[in-house]
Every structure is written in C-alpha cells, then in structure tokens.
Design a protein around this ligand. Structure first.
Ligand code: SF4
Length: 186
C-alpha cells in the first residue's frame, strides 16, 4: 500500500517515472551495501593503539570567541584529524561550549571560506587579498564622501581579543565615527 509521501510523489511526477526512480534507488541501495561490505576490515594493532599513526598532539585554543578555551589538536601530516578538551587549560579547566567541542569541523568543513570571493554576474570568483582590501577601502571611501562617516557602523566580533577590540575601536574613530559595537557573548 502506498504511504502518503509516495501518493504525493506519484501525483506530482507520474506513476511510471516514480516506479523507475524507485527501481534505481533500490539498485543503488543494494550496490552501496555490497560496496561497504568490501571495504570494511579489521583494524590493525597499530590502528587500535592510534588510528592516526605518527600524529602529534598540539595545544591550541578555540577561536570561536575571545574566552580562548583550551583544545588539544591531533595533527597527522599537517592535517588536523582529531580533537580533545585540554583538561589542564587554566581558563576553561577542561570545559567547552558546543562551538568549541566541534571546532575541528569548522576547519575541515567543505564549505569553509578560504580566500576572498566576489560575486560577478551571478558567479562566485576568487580574488586576491589585495583586491579584496582595495575594493572594501574604495566602498568605505565612497560612503564617507557621499554620506559622511556616520553612515557606517563598525561591528566587532566575539572572536576579538581585548587588544584587537582596542585597535578596531581606534580604526572606527580614525574613520570619523563613534558607531561601533561589539558582539560579545559572555
Ligand atoms: S566559550 Fe565556547 S566558543 Fe568561546 S572559546 Fe570556549 S569553547 Fe570556544
């Protein structure tokens, strides 16, 4: 008997097309199960001891906010492969919030932005850092000339340290506005 989702789909795409799709999906499922059966194997003794042979543990901090909780980053051949909470860190004392607990996936994410991009005619295009800063500078200059410095607001980041926040505030003042704020989360 068809369930409601199937009924909705068959109504929308037509019974014959739906049956073809179901057959393809079934075949794909069977192939996937077969393939995954072929690729599994027992872990070697070395892998049981350490699934990332030759890796080293590096003390670092979470950069998602200025608290800077301690993280132990495990690195193999220059790639961050696993993370642990730094139990002995003097600030976080072995604690993390959910952002810090998943910091490794911010680094490994496939959608991570690694360089400046600009959208032109609907297409994203990579540009150099020099070009990015030139473009931003030009826009800020144009805004100041056209509408005055108070037309701009500078919004800081919870990632900033106290020193970075200080320079950020100075930069806004030199631009000519007091329109600054911080995105503190603590
Ligand atoms: S409080 Fe959370 S986001 Fe901030 S440094 Fe610690 S783990 Fe990272």
């Amino acid at each position: 008997m068809e369930n409601m989702t199937q009924r909705a789909l068959t109504t929308k795409i037509g019974r014959r097309s739906f049956l073809k799709m179901a057959a393809v999906a079934g075949a794909f499922g069977a192939t996937s199960a077969f393939a995954s059966g072929n690729v599994t194997r027992a872990a070697t003794e070395e892998e049981v001891k350490n699934p990332f042979p030759g890796s080293k543990k590096v003390k670092t901090i979470c950069t998602a906010c200025s608290v800077g909780c301690g993280i132990i980053a495990e690195v193999q051949n220059g790639v961050w492969v696993r993370q642990e909470v730094a139990q002995d860190h003097p600030i976080s004392l072995g604690g993390h919030c959910c952002k810090g607990a998943d910091m490794i996936d911010m680094v490994r994410s496939e959608v991570r932005l690694k360089y400046p991009m600009v959208k032109e005619k609907g297409q994203w295009k990579r540009i150099s850092w020099d070009e990015a800063t030139d473009r931003i500078t030009k826009k800020l200059e144009d805004l100041r000339v056209k509408s005055g410095p108070d037309a701009v607001q500078f919004l800081g980041s919870a990632k900033m340290s106290t020193e970075q926040a200080y320079y950020f505030r100075k930069f806004a003042a030199m631009f000519g506005t007091n329109n600054t704020d911080h995105q503190a989360r603590i």
